[in-house]
Design a protein around this ligand. Structure first.
Ligand code: NAD
Ligand code: MG
Length: 400
């Protein structure tokens, strides 16, 4: 069997590192073709050296210089490519078979889309790409015969609970017989607190997720539950499911990763430890199951599994996400862009935690008043995203 050649976009991040961990367990199946990083260039060099990657992609010439400076003199260097276009070109490169899209934010969209257009097996962790350009992305997967494997744990769970024929192609409509998709949500670190009490929370408190260890942006999104909102939109596109047939239930233990309810009343769930190596190994091995390094699930130790309905008043960002999905694709772009801007401002202590919801809300109101533009190309999506970012940036400055 020839080795599948893997490119990891965002290899220095939390998902990127977990992917490398799984790949290292299967040298007889996979080789690493390319790795990319936006910062932490020293770590990128270590990763490239230990995997014998052929190509690395860095954001600018300064990062390229840093890479050369830290690269060990006696080892042949990988090819160093520079800039966002190089990311997209490498994702579409004929020398790779599998692309892990693990860049955070809409910045990952062009390269993830390029991988789909090139007909790759795309392992999609970068949910913001689907939120910003769901119809464009899914059409690219369908039209170019790409395979799309959801890596977000909830969507991976749903994918596992749906029937398939051994190929991960994009669905053209809801799976027959499915009544509802049920996404579980841990509720994050502020599950038991009221929104009105949270004005003064710090980035450290917001990033302290009770169950999962993740990058900082998604950790804040999990605290506000905007993450679950993005995931509802993601599920809508991945599984061609209308918003009314996607529901969210709070499940603090994060053992049940999500569920599919069928017309006959059966509910299938996928369970496991909260460790992203499980969905990553599933995506890499599909349709086979491969070792991920994740240990056994001890349900007796877990003792109990709790479920409750989310309180939309306690999590205004979740409510705003459902509104955006109903309003349409322009609103989803605005929701995501405003959130990225506001979370960045919060993480850099330029705005308060509760202001994240205010900035998103005002950006959605602004977007509703805009003439609805066509969003049928990447350029149009990027332009709409940029405009929303500008509005949200000003809105952050006005209200802290
Ligand atoms: P992270 O912040 O740990 O890593 C992000 C990676 O993207 C890094 O390699 C970084 O260098 C790169 N990057 C950042 N900005 C970039 C830019 N402008 N251009 C190019 N590269 C850039 O994030 P993460 O937690 O690994 O999450 C990655 C994606 O996976 C996100 O979309 C997140 O929502 C999704 N996801 C993550 C988890 C998780 O457990 N971490 C779970 C589900 C989904
Ligand atoms: Mg998730």
């Amino acid at each position: 069997m020839s080795l599948a050649r893997v490119t990891i976009l965002g290899s220095t991040g939390s998902i990127g590192q977990s992917t490398l961990d799984v790949l290292a367990r299967h040298p007889e199946r996979f080789s690493v073709y390319a790795l990319s990083a936006h910062s932490r260039i020293d770590l990128l060099a270590q990763q490239a050296e230990s995997t014998c990657a052929k190509v690395v992609i860095v954001p600018d010439s300064q990062a390229a210089k840093r890479f050369r400076d830290v690269w060990p003199a006696k080892v042949p260097s990988p090819e160093i490519r520079v800039g966002a276009q190089a990311l997209a070109d490498t994702a579409a490169d004929s020398f790779c078979d599998v692309v892990m899209a693990a860049i955070v934010g809409a910045a990952g969209l062009p390269a993830a889309l390029a991988a789909a257009i090139a007909g790759k097996r795309v392992l999609l962790a970068n949910k913001e790409a689907l939120v910003a350009a769901g119809s464009l992305f899914m059409a690219a997967v369908r039209d170019h015969g790409a395979e799309l494997l959801p890596i977000d744990s909830e969507h991976n769970a749903i994918f596992q609970c749906l029937p398939h024929d051994g190929r991960a192609s994009a669905p053209s409509g809801p799976t027959p017989g499915v009544r509802r998709l049920i996404l579980t949500a841990s509720g994050g670190p502020f599950r038991t607190r009221q929104w009105s009490e949270l004005h003064d929370v710090t980035p450290e408190q917001a990033c302290a997720h009770p169950n999962w260890s993740m990058g900082r942006k998604i950790s804040v999104d999990s605290a506000t539950m905007l993450n679950k909102g993005l995931e509802v939109i993601e599920a809508h596109w991945l599984f061609a499911m209308p918003a009314e047939r996607i529901s969210v239930v709070i499940h603090p233990q994060s053992v049940v990763h999500s569920m599919v309810e069928y017309e006959d009343g059966s509910v299938l769930a996928q369970l496991g430890q909260p460790d992203m190596r499980t969905p990553i190994a599933y995506g890499l091995g599909f349709p086979q199951r491969i070792e991920s390094g994740v240990g056994m699930l001890d349900l007796a130790l877990a003792g109990r599994l709790d479920f409750s309905a989310p309180d939309f008043g306690q999590f205004p960002c979740l409510n705003l996400s459902f509104q955006a999905l109903k309003a349409g694709e322009g609103a989803c772009i605005a929701l995501n862009a405003a959130n990225e801007v506001a979370v960045d401002a919060f993480l850099n202590r330029r705005t308060s935690y509760t202001n994240i919801a205010r900035v998103i809300e005002s950006t959605l109101e602004w977007q509703a008043g805009q003439a609805s533009n066509s969003l049928s190309s990447l350029e149009e999506v990027v332009a709409a995203d940029q405009m929303a970012r500008t509005f949200a940036g000003n809105s952050c400055l006005l209200s802290r």
